[in-house]
Design a binder for this molecule. Structure first.
Ligand code: ATP
Ligand code: MG
Length: 433
C-alpha cells in the first residue's frame, strides 16, 4: 500500500461507528467536571519546545525520547504537545488566570503526541481528558481532583478500577531521599541500563519509573520516599487520605508510584485497571506545587490529572460495558423520479428544521436500492414518494420496526412553509416518528 493510503504508525482513526461512543464519553467527562466546578480550556496542539522542556522535565523519557520536535519555517523549535498540563499552565500564566480568583479550575480534552513504540494501549497520537486545579494547597483539593477522576470512570460505567496513591514529598524532604536512593543505585550501578546510569546523577527518582525489567526489579527494593517525608508532607498526605475516606473512596498506598513527569510534588495517584493488559494506568496525576513558578508565574500550589481516553475505551470494551446506542435516522424519504426528488428535498428541509433527522437519496438510485440503503442505516420510518403519491397527495409512512403503515396527507405539507403547515406535518409524520 502506498503512503497516501496508510495512516501514520501509532495513530488511530475514530470511525463513524465509534465516534458516537467517544462523544458520549467526552460528554460525561465535561459534565462531571462541571459538577466539580471545572470549566473547559482549549490550548494549541503545539508550543515552543521550551514549554515542555521546562515543565515536563529534561530528565524524563517524554522529553528525552518521545517528543515530536521540529523547526518551523521561521526557525523556531516547536513541539507537538506530549501532554496538556504544560500548555494549560503556560496559558494560565500568560492570560492572567493565575492573577485572578484562585483556584483556577479547568479541564481539557485533546490529542497528545509521543514517539513511543506502538502497542496495545500505547499510541503515538492519543487523547487525554484532564483537569488542573491551580492555586489550591489544601489536601481536600487533592481528594477532590481524585474524586472527579473516579466519578468520570464510574459515570461511564467502568467497574473494578483501583486507586493507588503515594506521596513523593517536596523538594526539601526529597533531598535526603535522593541521597539514599543514589547510594542504593550506586551499589547496583553495573546492572542498570545506560539511560538509568545517566539518570543516577541527574535525577535518581527517574530510575524508579524505568520500564526495563532489570531496572524495575532493582527499583522494587529501593528505599521508598514515604519513609523520608518531612512533617508537612506527612501531614498533607494524611489529610488527603482523610478526605478520601470522608467520601468513601477506597485506595491503596503504593510507594512505587513516582509518575513519569518531573513536575510532581507530594501527592501522586493512578487509576489502574486489571482488564487492559500491560498498559494498565488509565489515569495518572498529582500535585505540582512548584510548576507555576518554574514556568515564570507566581508561587501557587496546584494539581491535576490526565486520563487516557483510548485506554478508557479499551476498559469499556473489555468489560463489555454497553454504551447508549447510536441514534438512528428517524425518517428516510425514498423518491422515484425528478418530481418526487424535489418533494423529498422540500419535506426533508421542513422536518430537519424542526430537529428531526431525515435522509433522502443523493445518489440517483432506483427505488429498490434506496429501500436497501434505508434498511442498512436502520432508518426508523420510511416514506416512498412517486408520481402517484404526489398526485393523490397521500403517502404511506412505514414503521420499519414492525412493517406497519399509516397513511399520511401530503397536500397539506407542500404549499406553505408557515406555522399552520408545520403543525399539520407533525400531525401527519412527526407525531408518528
Ligand atoms: P505510561 O506509564 O503508561 O507510559 P505515563 O506516565 O507516560 O504513562 P502520563 O504522561 O501521566 O502517562 O499520561 C496520563 C495518561 O495518558 C496515562 O495514564 C495513559 O492513560 C495515557 N497515556 C500516556 N501515554 C500514552 C500513549 N502513548 N498511548 C495511549 N495513552 C497514553
Ligand atoms: Mg509514558
Amino acid at each position: 500500500m502506498s503512503e497516501i493510503n496508510r495512516a501514520i504508525k501509532g495513530t488511530n482513526d475514530i470511525l463513524p461507528d465509534e465516534s458516537h461512543n467517544w462523544q458520549f464519553v467526552e460528554g460525561k467527562m465535561l459534565e462531571t467536571a462541571r459538577l466539580f466546578g471545572f470549566e473547559e480550556i482549549r490550548v494549541p496542539v503545539f508550543e515552543h519546545t521550551e514549554v515542555f522542556q521546562r515543565s515536563v522535565g529534561d530528565t524524563t523519557d517524554v522529553v528525552q525520547k518521545e517528543m515530536y520536535t521540529f523547526d518551523d519555517k521561521g526557525g523556531r523549535s516547536i513541539t507537538l504537545r506530549p501532554e496538556l498540563t504544560a500548555g494549560v499552565v503556560r496559558s494560565a500564566i500568560e492570560k492572567g488566570l493565575v492573577a485572578g480568583a484562585l483556584p483556577v479550575k479547568v479541564c481539557y480534552i485533546g490529542g497528545c503526541y509521543r514517539y513511543e513504540k506502538p502497542q496495545a494501549g500505547r499510541l503515538r497520537e492519543f487523547h487525554q481528558f484532564g483537569v488542573e486545579c491551580i492555586g489550591a494547597a489544601s489536601p481536600n483539593a487533592d481528594a477532590e481532583v481524585i474524586a472527579l477522576g473516579r466519578q468520570v470512570l464510574n459515570t461511564v460505567g467502568i467497574k473494578n478500577i483501583s486507586l493507588e496513591i503515594n506521596s513523593i514529598g517536596c523538594p526539601e524532604c526529597r533531598k535526603e531521599y535522593h541521597k539514599a536512593l543514589k547510594a542504593y543505585f550506586e551499589a547496583n550501578v553495573d546492572e542498570l541500563c545506560a539511560t538509568c546510569k545517566d539518570r543516577l546523577d541527574r535525577n535518581p527518582m527517574r530510575i524508579l519509573d524505568c520500564k526495563s525489567p532489570v531496572c524495575s526489579s532493582i527499583a522494587a527494593k529501593a528505599p521508598v520516599v514515604l519513609d523520608y517525608l518531612c512533617n508537612d508532607c506527612k501531614e498533607h498526605f494524611e489529610g488527603v487520605k482523610a478526605h478520601l475516606k470522608a467520601q468513601g473512596i477506597e485506595y491503596t498506598v503504593n510507594p512505587q508510584i513516582v509518575r513519569g513527569l518531573d513536575y510532581y510534588t507530594r501527592t501522586v495517584f493512578e487509576f489502574v485497571s486489571g482488564d487492559i493488559g500491560a498498559q494498565a494506568t488509565v489515569c495518572g496525576g498529582g500535585r505540582y506545587d512548584g510548576l507555576i513558578s518554574q514556568m515564570g508565574g507566581p508561587q501557587v500550589p496546584s494539581l491535576g490529572f490526565g486520563m487516557g481516553i483510548e485506554r478508557l475505551m479499551l476498559v469499556l470494551k473489555n468489560q463489555g460495558i454497553e454504551l447508549p446506542e447510536k441514534p438512528k435516522t428517524q425518517l428516510y424519504i425514498a423518491a422515484l423520479g425528478d418530481k418526487a426528488s424535489l418533494k423529498a428535498t422540500e419535506y426533508s428541509a421542513l422536518l430537519r428544521d424542526e430537529g428531526y433527522s431525515v435522509q433522502t437519496d443523493v445518489c440517483a438510485r432506483g427505488l429498490k436500492a434506496q429501500m436497501k440503503f434505508a434498511n442498512k442505516i436502520g432508518a426508523k420510518f420510511l416514506i416512498v414518494l412517486g408520481d402517484d403519491e404526489i398526485e393523490k397527495g397521500k403517502a404511506k409512512l412505514k414503521d420499519m420496526a414492525d412493517g406497519s403503515e399509516t397513511e399520511i396527507n401530503l397536500n397539506e405539507i407542500v404549499e406553505d412553509f408557515g406555522e399552520a403547515i408545520r403543525v399539520q406535518i407533525f400531525k401527519n409524520i412527526a407525531e408518528i416518528i
